[in-house]
Design a protein around this ligand. Structure first.
Ligand SMILES: Cc1cc2nc3c(=O)[nH]c(=O)nc-3n(C[C@H](O)[C@H](O)[C@H](O)COP(=O)(O)OP(=O)(O)OC[C@H]3O[C@@H](n4cnc5c(N)ncnc54)[C@H](O)[C@@H]3O)c2cc1C
Length: 289
């Protein structure tokens, strides 16, 4: 099996043009698990780890541009965590230090697992993904246009996820995850909440409780009614308003599987969202879940 290691994006696209069925490899933390389990048998591999254009992050006006090859360890770095704290919270919950050093944002998105830990926060932040083709074509899509089912994306053969854009310092961001233990765990349920005081908006996304990440718009509308935007505080207890947790449980579409019952997933999602809101309005610095 030929493995190409291009040293630039141009080189990567040149290889993909000659072998459109080639499979992309980033950190390999999903890819190699599937190869080892016999679920993936690539004819040709294009390893993206040496492509500088996909690495790191930069500021572009009021946006943070995150390379597809950004690792979890980089997401946690203090400079980036200050600009996108919710992503750093999510990254802290991923795997082990080894996985966080190797695994990438692009790999998490392209794997399209309902339990992918960066996905709820990207949805809550309204992130835009840029995809590129060898003919120079580029398209920008939201997460809901890219990830369309469990392990299903609209990425076309030969297309590469290049970067992800989010607004820098977009309000209070909270990510919470429930699993069967504290570390090295796939989420049973997770939630991301972004309360944007400048835009007076609330966005809520749920992970691991549906085939894809779910944006809970009804929850957002009800939550917005509980916020005094000028004072930047909650004006009523979350539980008091039409049973907030119940709204979350209704938004969730979980399944029973070996990790959890659907009923527990609904319950856990409700707890995560309620707690995330409390943290978003707490004067103390939020802590990683
Ligand atoms: C022990 C262990 C623990 C884990 N814990 C967690 C966890 O807690 N939370 C979590 O969310 N995940 C977890 N994972 C899953 C995995 O680490 C993440 O999904 C990771 O982000 C995958 O990134 P990668 O760079 O390793 O991708 P790879 O494995 O290299 O690739 C994954 C997929 O993405 C595609 N791809 C990669 N880059 C691009 C690109 N630029 N454009 C288009 N397609 C691309 C590949 O073709 C492949 O289909 C864990 C995995 C292991 C082995």
């Amino acid at each position: 099996m030929p493995v190409f290691v291009p040293a630039s994006l141009e080189e990567a696209f040149a290889v993909l043009e000659g072998a459109p069925g080639a499979q992309l490899l980033a950190g390999g933390t999903d890819f190699m698990v599937e190869v080892n389990a016999g679920q993936r048998r690539p004819a040709t591999v294009v390893a993206l780890g040496a492509v500088p254009e996909l690495k790191g992050w930069r500021l572009d006006g009021d946006e943070v541009v995150l390379g597809a090859g950004l690792t979890y360890t980089e997401m946690i770095s203090p400079e980036l965590a200050e600009l996108v704290p919710g992503l750093a919270q999510a990254a802290r919950t991923v795997g082990s230090p080894q996985i966080r050093n190797a695994g990438t944002l692009g790999g998490n998105i392209a794997t399209a697992s309902p339990a992918g830990d960066t996905l709820p926060m990207l949805m809550a932040l309204g992130a835009t993904m840029t995809l590129g083709r060898s003919d120079g074509g580029r398209r920008a899509v939201g997460l809901d246009e890219l990830v369309v089912g469990p392990k299903r994306t609209t990425l076309q053969p030969g297309e590469v996820l290049l970067e992800v854009r989010v607004r820098a310092g977009a309000g209070r961001q909270e990510f919470l995850k429930v699993g069967t233990r504290n570390a090295m765990v796939i989420a049973v349920a997770s939630a991301a909440v972004v309360v944007d005081f400048e835009r007076r908006s609330v966005r809520v996304a749920l992970g691991s409780v549906g085939p894809v990440v779910i944006r809970a718009e009804e929850v957002e509308r009800e939550a917005a009614k509980l916020i005094d935007w000028d004072a930047r505080r909650l004006v009523g207890p979350l539980e008091g308003s039409g049973d907030f947790g119940e709204l979350v449980r209704t938004a969730a579409r979980p399944i029973d599987d070996h990790r959890s019952t659907a009923a527990y997933r609904r319950h856990a999602a409700g707890v995560c969202v309620t707690r995330a809101f409390r943290r978003a309005f707490s004067s103390e610095e939020s802590t990683a879940p």
